[in-house]
Ligand binder design. Structure first.
Ligand code: ZN
Length: 337
């Protein structure tokens, strides 16, 4: 069963998720009052709380109250190479998990694992408090972008510096918090939820009209576009990345790298490099032609799906990057002993 790291839920929206969406929708509801009603509401609101627009300081104070702390914590330096490496390693090893897992990197360097089976972990106040200024990554067993729970728990309540979701296809969705106030974050959660509902409605209508669309794919596309175009209006930024194809194997000491389960020995000098960093090996013209024709005629269906393939030809093992559509690049040549 697939579970969300935020709460116990199957692939269907949990009661918490539904409530989060409802709350967000409520908060974002357009006003349809008559001018008289609007005036009366305004009068009531002013009576209750004469401050209608919070200053930056007031927003911070409110935020501190919500978070139960007044200390403004440091945040993780997201440009740090150590952090990047930790994230890269975790994401490339966990993107294909069947259940959700997560990794939290805190400003003091402490790292905490979250497993989908610990379904209540992030719902606890203690865990939410740990998120302030931290970086959180987690995997989605689907290809979907951030859920409403991700946004509400991680961003609004948690005040993460950066939230990341790596999908089953290896896409990494990154939402960065550029000191957004709690007001900004709440507004974003409300608008994000609105956008999701709108997209779901449109997708449903399209399906009813007989259009062949993938609803999840459609909703994801709309949410991505919304984040790309509007995240900055909430002092957030959204980017998308992709896992490094080559992940560092546990037995790195032996110089063995693993690519999609295909073990290849290409030496220690490639440690933590991505495939693009591997130098092309220039072969003499005839040898090159021979290698290419051997690959073209003998490649197995399984190999054709791999990013890196290994081929025995004559006395050598050639390591080749498979760039797809019949494009190959030789990145290794080792004599068979
Ligand atoms: Zn998520």
């Amino acid at each position: 069963m697939r579970q969300d790291v935020w709460s116990k839920r199957t692939w269907e929206a949990s009661p918490e998720e539904l409530q989060a969406r409802k709350d967000a929708a409520e908060a974002a509801k357009p006003t349809v009052n008559t001018p008289e009603q609007a005036k009366e509401l305004e009068r009531q609101a002013l009576e209750k709380n004469p401050v209608t627009k919070l200053s930056h300081e007031q927003a911070e104070e409110l935020e501190a109250k919500i978070l139960g702390t007044n200390d403004k914590k440091d945040s993780v330096d997201t440009s740090s190479e150590v952090v990047a490496r930790q994230l890269n390693e975790w994401e490339s090893q966990n993107y294909s998990n069947d259940s959700e897992k997560g990794l939290l990197i805190m400003p003091d360097g402490t790292v905490k694992d979250f497993a989908g089976t610990d379904h209540h972990v992030t719902g606890k106040e203690d865990d939410i408090a740990l998120m302030n200024g931290a970086v959180f990554t987690h995997n989605h067993p689907t290809d979907n972008t951030f859920s409403q729970n991700d946004i509400v728990t991680g961003l609004v309540k948690g005040n993460l510096k950066e939230m990341r979701a790596v999908t089953s296809t290896g896409d990494i969705h990154i939402l960065r918090n550029n000191d957004a106030s709690v007001i900004d974050r709440r507004k974003f959660a409300a608008d994000y939820s609105q956008m999701r509902m709108k997209a779901e409605n449109i997708a449903n209508k399209k399906i009813l009209r007989g259009e062949h669309i993938d609803k999840d794919e459609y909703v994801k596309g709309r949410l991505e576009k919304f984040m790309e175009e509007h995240a900055n209006e909430y002092n957030l930024s959204y980017t998308k990345s992709h896992i490094n194809e080559i992940s560092i194997d546990k037995s790195i000491q032996s110089g063995i790298l693993e690519s999609n389960g295909n073990r290849i020995n290409i030496g220690m000098q490639f440690f933590s490099k991505s495939i693009e960093d591997f130098a092309t090996i220039i072969l003499p013209k005839d040898e090159y032609a021979h290698v290419m024709s051997e690959i073209a005629t003998n490649i197995t269906e399984e190999q054709s799906t791999k990013r890196v393939i290994k081929k025995h030809i004559g006395d050598y093992i050639y390591t080749v990057e498979n760039k797809g559509f019949g494009n190959y690049r030789v990145i290794g040549k080792d004599l068979i002993e």
